[in-house]
Design a protein around this ligand. Structure first.
Ligand SMILES: CC(C)(COP(=O)(O)OP(=O)(O)OC[C@H]1O[C@@H](n2cnc3c(N)ncnc32)[C@H](O)[C@@H]1OP(=O)(O)O)[C@@H](O)C(=O)NCCC(=O)NCCS
Length: 173
């Protein structure tokens, strides 16, 4: 699969549609209201400011299949080697082995950028995402109970993390 770097100009509407499908129909994202195009501008600006990748791939019609990205885990200096990731495929592209390819590419980017751990915060009921991350070598790292409320019920979330061998020479700059 050929991966591209997504841009606001070319891919914001397609990423927005994927986000909004997840927001309105699932507990993968803990938001109530559909996002607007304005939020996508800020989203891309934040990625760009942090030098974080937004990778995507296109189908034969040139339409975005999905995307994967990471960003700041917590905004304090000593967390600088940690990132929190997200990976979302269009509904009709799920379950075909593509998500795994996206994550392999994203993990490679994280190694190249010298990060040390990739963290996924997953809705505890999202069993397919949990199985997917375990399949990629991510390990369970804890549960936060009733940390969210959506669709009339409390939601737990679980942390999963992958430790990387990078960076070779961590610093405290
Ligand atoms: C989660 C998601 C990115 C996974 O991508 P995908 O393309 O559907 O997953 P893949 O087909 O690449 O699966 C990769 C591996 O995980 C395993 N896996 C995926 N879903 C699984 C499930 N429900 N149960 C067991 N194993 C599962 C597959 O068996 C496969 O293993 P294999 O390589 O040994 O065959 C995708 O389904 C998605 O976008 N879901 C909706 C959004 C979402 O929940 N994002 C994550 C938020 S934390």
């Amino acid at each position: 699969m050929k991966f591209i770097d997504c841009t606001y100009e070319l891919h914001a509407p397609e990423i927005l549609a994927i986000f909004n499908h997840a927001i309105l129909n699932t507990t993968a994202l803990w938001e109530y209201k559909a996002r607007t195009t304005d939020t996508m501008k800020i989203w891309f600006e934040t990625k760009s400011a942090g030098n974080f990748p937004v990778i995507g791939a296109l189908d034969e019609q040139g339409t975005l299949i999905g995307f994967a990205s990471y960003g700041t885990f917590r905004p304090w200096a000593a967390y600088k080697y940690s990132v929190e990731h997200s990976v979302y495929l269009r509904q009709d592209q799920q379950g075909k082995g593509l998500g795994k390819l996206f994550m392999q590419e994203l993990i490679q980017r994280a190694k190249t950028q010298g990060f040390h751990t990739i963290i996924g915060a997953i809705d505890a009921d999202n069993k397919s995402s949990i199985a997917f991350h375990e399949n990629l070598g991510f390990e369970y790292a804890g549960t936060l109970k009733q940390a969210g409320y959506k669709f009339g019920r409390w939601l737990d979330f679980v942390f999963y993390q992958l430790i990387l061998e990078t960076p070779l020479h961590p610093t405290e700059d």
